[in-house]
Design a protein around this ligand. Structure first.
Ligand SMILES: Nc1ncnc2c1ncn2[C@@H]1O[C@H](COP(=O)(O)OP(=O)(O)OP(=O)(O)O)[C@@H](O)[C@H]1O
Ligand SMILES: [Mg+2]
Length: 262
């Protein structure tokens, strides 16, 4: 049965989408079967894997959330990376936040869809919007674990208490098994003292949950989405691609360690 991981931080622009796409693509590269689920109405994940400009009537994750999520058609599509698939989103998803509020099982709408997909993948990554609303809540309820990307800047730790609080609430009421799987430092600039200082603070706060792999600030990572490609297809020799391939290796090593511990 596949493992479901939300990539979440209510702070905007910290590398959630970049991490979900490139960790997933790197795992697919390592022969895993991986699904990306776009739960952000910005649809950055969908366009980042080159699947934005489809037929405008094509179904998206919105339809799964609003229609009967226990049985309807699930519009998963292929990407250019072998073994990597996406359940896309577009602007229409904005409306789901409000429409779902009036539906039964409103926090479990995504989970009902994800549970029908689990068996077909090794890993499912859910990208979340920069907020703690009903879309993010649905992602957290549907997930086994969370990866939190943080950029090593002065305000990185600010607002984390809100995220940790939300995770605790979800754990205690809606999804007891939910856990922080890992914390990832992104857009790191090792030349600055500030980044080093913030990195130390984050390691003190989260201990060994922080991945030893650090994602550097890298121009190729910023460019790849505008070409609709994960960085391993855009420039596999770039520092950004190397970093996400290293993250995938660390991720798999940790998964093996978790499995051995039972
Ligand atoms: N390591 C990096 N080096 C350079 N640019 C990066 C890096 N990671 C992400 N970017 C760029 O920074 C911007 C923000 O990244 P991203 O979209 O992944 O963040 P996000 O947390 O998903 O944002 P949002 O909260 O809006 O969904 C994007 O333009 C992305 O291409
Ligand atoms: Mg994003």
């Amino acid at each position: 049965m596949g493992k479901v991981i939300a990539v979440s931080n209510q702070k905007g622009g910290v590398g959630k989408t970049t991490t979900a796409i490139n960790l997933a693509a790197s795992l697919a590269f390592a022969d895993k079967r991986v699904l990306l689920v776009d739960m952000d109405p910005q649809g950055n994940m969908t366009s980042g894997v080159g699947r934005k400009d489809r037929d405008k009537d094509a179904q998206t994750v919105y339809d799964c959330l609003i229609a009967d999520s226990t049985s309807g058609y699930i519009p998963v599509i292929e990407t250019d990376v072998h073994g990597l698939f996406v359940l896309p989103a577009d602007r229409q998803l904005t409306g789901a936040e409000i429409e779902m509020a009036a539906l039964p099982q409103r926090e479990f709408r995504l989970k009902q869809t994800i549970d029908r997909l689990r068996d077909s993948y090794d890993y499912i990554f859910i990208d979340t919007p920069p907020s703690l609303g009903l879309l993010t809540l649905n992602a957290l309820v549907a997930s086994d674990a969370v990866i939190v990307p943080l950029n090593a800047e002065y305000f990185a730790l600010e607002g984390l208490a809100d995220l940790v609080g939300t995770l605790r609430r979800v754990q205690s009421s809606l999804n007891p098994g939910l856990d922080i799987l890992g914390v990832l430092l992104t857009m790191h600039d090792e030349r600055t003292n500030l980044a080093q200082q913030v990195t130390r603070e984050i390691r003190e706060f989260f201990g060994d949950r922080v991945y030893s792999t650090i994602i550097p600030r890298n121009v190729r990572l910023g460019e790849a989405p505008s070409h609709g490609k994960p960085v391993i297809l855009y420039d596999v020799k770039s520092k950004g691609a190397e970093a996400y391939l290293a993250l995938a290796r660390e991720f798999i090593t940790r998964e093996h360690a978790l499995a051995e511990r039972g």
